[in-house]
Design a protein around this ligand. Sequence first.
Ligand SMILES: [Ca+2]
Length: 272
Amino acid sequence: MLRRLVLLALPAALVATPLAVAAGNDRVEISATPQPVEVVPLPCFPSGKLTLGMTNTGRKPTVADMRVSAGPALTLSRRQFSSYLPVDQLVKAPLEITVPRGTAPATHTVDLTVGKEELKVPVVVKPVPVRDNVLLGEQAVASSTHGNMRLCGGVDGNADSEQWGASGWHDATKGVFPDTYGVDFAQPTTVGRVVLQTLDSTRYPAAAMGLRDFDVQVRTDSWTTVREVRANTTGRLTVTFEPRAVTALRLVIHDSNDHGYSRIVELEAYSN
Ligand SMILES: [Ca+2]
């Protein structure tokens, strides 16, 4: 609002700068946060999230198209951000940046352009962190995923049931079981302990909404059930078994306490 008042106070000749003419009388400021943005080369690790912004600093509402581009090392969730822009209001859109497993640590750039305006955003590829929880950030696999949830939500490192909507997983087949949720490992990985955090919030306690009946399975040559859990009413449950190298781990869920969806806030596994 302050900027708008300043512009209105200027003589008209000063407002109509050559830049404004070149951009079709539109003045759009580009923003992006955070800078730099960090990316970890794991399929489900929570990283690479950038918020794009456009602000119309001209005198009239306009429509703007932001082009989003990067070199071949980066995969972008969008190539364009188009929006109606009222005067002096920040309009935002999310951009997700991912890199394949094995990508070497380096700094890359995402280029954002609107007309002749340009912003180069540094993207830092980080090394894969040392993880005790061997499921963290690995490739989640599910029988189905509800449209309001994210497949990766159950292995993103956030086990807080109060943030369930942003960081949990549940299936898409209400009232139909079994459902499965787990991880395919990129290489054989030793596991001997699984920790499940099912939904257990103030509003949705585990005894009413959490996983009730499920099997813990690991895959070597074929799937093996290492533990059957029945009539569970607790939010956080630890299952231990003889440690072994496996290529995948999953829960086969036979029922939840409301007989509706299979809700996992976080699934963790450890070597012992
Ligand atoms: Ca989570």
